[in-house]
Write a protein that binds this ligand. Structure first.
Ligand SMILES: [Zn+2]
Length: 288
């Protein structure tokens, strides 16, 4: 140590941002062909009980998170939105009706994200900075979406996944935060490299499928490869093992949706204990 240096250490602890995509079990991308929007009202709503359990868990573990919430959920359950904000969490947008950006025109996307932002701000009383596209559906084809997000006052998006997957993913996409248009950050979902291939380690179904010890190792590996905060994501329906089953869905969709639901809450509790978590806006210094 040089003379004059103090023993005060710079805090180089890697940061972790927790995120939750607040949508009903019947609104997920995997079931979009068997549950039409006009049928949503015929399905039992379970979002309040699942999200409240997450809020209780986070409160007991000192976790702060970003809740990417559907406008549809906010409209139907405004008290839940108020509890998310009262818990000290960041409220963010997941669009109104869980439509993939690839299915929308520029004008439709503008309507979707402006109405969702206005509604969430009205109910939550907190400025909405972040947006996550349903099924990570911003890609080569619709990069105008970044301009629309910036025009509507969003500060960041977390809408891309640089992996190969049949439902989403944009291989050869940046795997670290970047600024696609001035003033807007894109924060891709987390990946690590194995033998030249990018593996998705951001959470969701992969986290449910993998043994917890492997997921924990993957997060540590992420920090060796990337000098940026790690972002984790999951959904309230992933801790709801008793949710009604959706009929008529393809086997692969069913497997992905239902695998290991019963173990998820314990895994999230372990993750909450083993790492310290803040919201995305805080991890990236956007809430100042
Ligand atoms: Zn979603």
């Amino acid at each position: 140590m040089e003379s004059g240096a103090t023993s005060t250490q710079v805090n180089l602890r890697p940061m972790h941002a927790m995120s939750v995509d607040v949508e009903e079990y019947f609104q997920v991308g995997a079931f979009e062909h068997c549950v039409k929007r006009e049928d949503w009202v015929n399905h039992e709503s379970r979002i309040v009980q699942s999200t409240d359990r997450i809020l209780d868990l986070f409160a007991s573990k000192g976790v702060k998170a970003t809740f990417f919430t559907l406008g549809y959920v906010a409209k139907n359950h405004p008290d839940l939105i108020k509890r998310i904000v009262a818990g000290g969490h960041e409220l963010a947008s997941h669009g109104f009706y869980h439509q993939r950006v690839t299915d929308l025109s520029r004008g439709e996307f503008l309507n979707d994200i402006s109405s969702t932002k206005a509604l969430l701000e009205d109910i939550g009383g907190q400025e909405i900075l972040g947006y996550r596209a349903p099924s990570f559906s911003i890609c080569e084809k619709n990069q105008w979406a970044f301009e629309v997000l910036q025009e509507t006052g969003h500060r960041y998006s977390s809408s891309t996944y640089p992996v190969i997957h049949d439902h989403y993913g944009t291989p050869n996409w940046p795997d670290e935060p970047y600024e696609p248009v001035p003033g807007l950050l894109e924060l891709p979902q987390a990946t690590i490299e194995l033998k030249g291939r990018k593996l998705p380690v951001g959470g969701g179904g992969y986290f449910r499928l993998m043994p917890y010890a492997l997921s924990k190792m993957a997060i540590k590996q992420f920090h060796k490869e990337h000098n940026v905060p790690y972002i984790f994501y999951f959904h309230p329906w992933e801790i709801d093992a008793d949710q009604p089953k959706i009929g008529g869905a393809p086997l692969k969709s069913k497997f992905r949706h239902y695998v290991n639901l019963g173990r998820m809450e314990k895994k999230i509790a372990a993750l909450s204990t083993d790492f310290s978590w803040v919201s995305i806006a805080e991890a990236f210094g956007l809430n100042k």
